[in-house]
Design a protein around this ligand. Structure first.
Ligand code: SAH
Length: 321
């Protein structure tokens, strides 16, 4: 999954109507603006310390550009760090964020300065392991790559299956993402040492639960994740409970997850949409439909979750009351 996605992202910009999928910041400027307002509010209540902006997997740089505009309006002008592996997307980001610094992974992020960290639809792209219940106990599912497809093969016995799943019916799948947990641990370690907060937004579940969520999208439709490795975007649902536990072990406070709909409403998306429509009455319909796409329960409002990590001594980030 890691190799397939590295190949996939390094070769194309997958976002937008002509690509494979669309994300919240590409739907409306309101998304990035509310993220920026969230960061600026927290920074003000923390006493306006020098702080750096960090984004993981920034796509086209749209979220960062919208967020930084909202931050500047509140007096916050942070240095910008982008964690991005795709050369194609780095180029797109550089058009909008010429002063940014790029990093291959979170290991290169600065220490000793508070960080305001954002990750939207980043963790779903990181590799998962699939553990499968069989008649002979839980085993890891491995794959071989042959003839343009992945073929599953039984791997070694799996360890660390949660108590409530040990006796699960054969065929039950449990996904874990050691790569995601490792990154969250590193971020939480930085926050604990130097201050700041992180905002993680993604589709996924609140509690660790069984289920095969590996999926591919191509041309805005679900596609078979087992064929054409490297040509399709592979994702899996994010296990927010596992991420929260990894972060808490490094001493940060975990807030949420709440649903994206709840979080955006708490941050004032209704008011922001009304203000934008007031300034551009001819676009009122388009603004209302973008707002609904972001918050409606049958669109992105419920499947997507928002979780925050707050450094010790920092105030509670907004939106998680
Ligand atoms: N956050 C953006 C883009 C989401 S797509 C948005 O909301 O529009 C996933 C992003 O993560 C892309 O920028 C992709 O290149 C990046 N990415 C995927 N795997 C990565 C990895 N292992 N390390 C760094 N970036 C990665």
């Amino acid at each position: 999954m890691a190799e397939a996605n590295a190949a996939y992202y390094s070769a194309r910009d997958p976002l937008g109507a002509a690509g494979d999928f669309i994300t919240a910041p590409e739907i409306s400027q309101m998304f990035g603006e509310l993220v920026g307002a969230w960061a600026a509010d927290l920074w003000q209540r923390a006493g306006r310390p020098p702080a750096h902006y960090v984004e993981l997997g920034p796509g086209r740089g749209t979220l960062a550009a919208d967020a930084l505009r909202a931050m500047r309006a509140a007096g916050l002008r942070p240095a910008v760090h982008l964690v991005e592996t795709s050369p194609v997307l780095r180029e797109a980001q550089a058009q909008r964020l010429p002063d940014a610094r790029w990093h291959d992974d979170v290991g290169g992020l600065p220490a000793g300065v508070p960080l305001l960290i954002i990750a939207n639809e980043f963790f779903d792209a990181l590799p998962v392991r699939q553990l499968v219940a069989t008649e002979g106990g839980w085993r890891e599912r491995l794959v071989v790559h042959e003839e343009g497809r992945f073929r599953p093969v039984a791997g070694p016995p799996a360890v660390g299956i949660p108590e409530h799943l040990r006796a699960a019916a054969p065929g039950t799948v449990l996904e874990t993402s050691p790569a995601s947990a490792a990154i969250v641990r590193q971020l939480a370690h930085l926050l604990s040492a130097s201050g700041g907060a992180a905002l993680i937004i993604d589709y996924g579940h609140v509690r660790t639960s069984a289920g095969d969520t590996l999926q591919a999208v191509a041309a805005h439709d679900y596609a078979d994740p087992w064929i054409e490795p490297g040509e399709r975007d592979l994702t899996a649902h994010v296990d927010f409970e596992a991420l929260g536990e990894a972060a808490a072990a490094e001493g940060v406070r975990v807030l949420g997850p709440v649903t994206q709909g709840e979080w955006l409403r708490a941050l004032g998306i209704e008011q922001r949409a009304a203000a934008l429509a007031g300034n551009a009455p001819d676009r009122a319909q388009e603004i209302a439909s973008a707002r609904d796409r972001l918050i409606a329960a049958d669109q992105m409002g419920t499947l997507f979750k928002v979780m925050a990590l707050a450094a010790p001594g920092w105030p509670d980030p907004a939106g998680f009351a």
